[in-house]
Design a binder for this molecule. Structure first.
Ligand code: URA
Length: 244
């Protein structure tokens, strides 16, 4: 038999509403199931086949949850920590109960795009070296990058501590500001590469990861669910990498 879920849970699973907001919507008669208003939050619904609307908008239940976060500084990219706040602490309880994991990590002081999901297969593909997912970072540095730095990044660098960095993109934006594009994700890589060129990083923010770009409307600490179009494009890109 198909899995049946409580209506309020099903709406909260979308990440668009908390469980309480979902219950309020349902009790106010703003939720329909297969065309009929249902006012009982505990009503059981088959998420795979039911046609749902909430507040007049169609709602699609998704097996997995995909969250785009604008990670703020001062927060760890981890699922739990006894002493310091983690990115999971920024999510409401109904999302914290899911098995969401950050896809890759940003340093504590780095801001910007972080994807969190319970879709382990997609996360694995995004992080696999063969996927060659471009990650673009906006950096503010001491000093301004020059042609020599751009050439060194393009050629690939071996740092003094032996870290081998593949060819990377470096674009000057103005005094003390640049964009770095990496295809790998080694520990503190942007900071270490720029420091090795005598341009230590003062501020770092990830702008994009593969086809996913940080929503400019998200302030640091804010998050939203990925749109269906964003999930589709991620899946398509990963499928094509793994067919090659
Ligand atoms: N490179 C860094 O140095 N830090 C990050 O957080 C991400 C990439």
């Amino acid at each position: 038999m198909a899995e049946q879920l409580r209506l309020d849970k099903l709406l909260a699973d979308t990440g668009l509403w908390s469980r309480k907001e979902a219950r309020d919507l349902i009790r106010r008669g703003q939720v329909t199931v297969d065309g009929a208003v249902v006012k009982q939050p505990e009503a059981k619904v088959d998420p795979a086949s039911a046609s749902l609307t909430a507040a007049g908008q169609p709602v699609r239940w998704q097996k997995y949850t995909y969250i785009m976060m604008n990670k703020p500084g001062g927060v760890l990219t981890a699922t739990e920590d006894r002493r310091q706040p983690t990115v999971l602490d920024l999510l409401p309880p109904e999302l914290r109960r899911k098995q969401l994991r950050p896809v890759g990590r940003l340093d504590k002081d780095t801001e910007g795009l972080l994807l969190l999901t319970d879709d382990g297969a997609l996360a694995h593909r995004l992080l696999a070296p063969r996927s060659h997912v471009d990650k673009v970072y906006y950096a503010e540095t001491e000093g301004t990058v020059d042609d020599g730095d751009v050439a060194a990044f393009a050629a690939g660098m071996t740092l003094e501590d032996g870290l081998v960095c593949q060819s990377a993109g470096l674009e000057r934006l103005g005094p003390g500001r640049c964009l770095v594009t990496l295809r790998e994700g080694k520990f503190h890589q942007v900071k270490r590469m720029l420091a090795a060129r005598g341009k230590p990083v003062r501020y770092l923010r990830r702008r994009s990861m593969g086809p996913l770009t940080l929503d400019e409307g998200l302030a640091p600490g804010d998050w939203r669910s990925l749109t269906e179009a964003e999930v589709a494009v991620l899946r398509k890109e990963m499928d094509s990498c793994f067919r090659k």
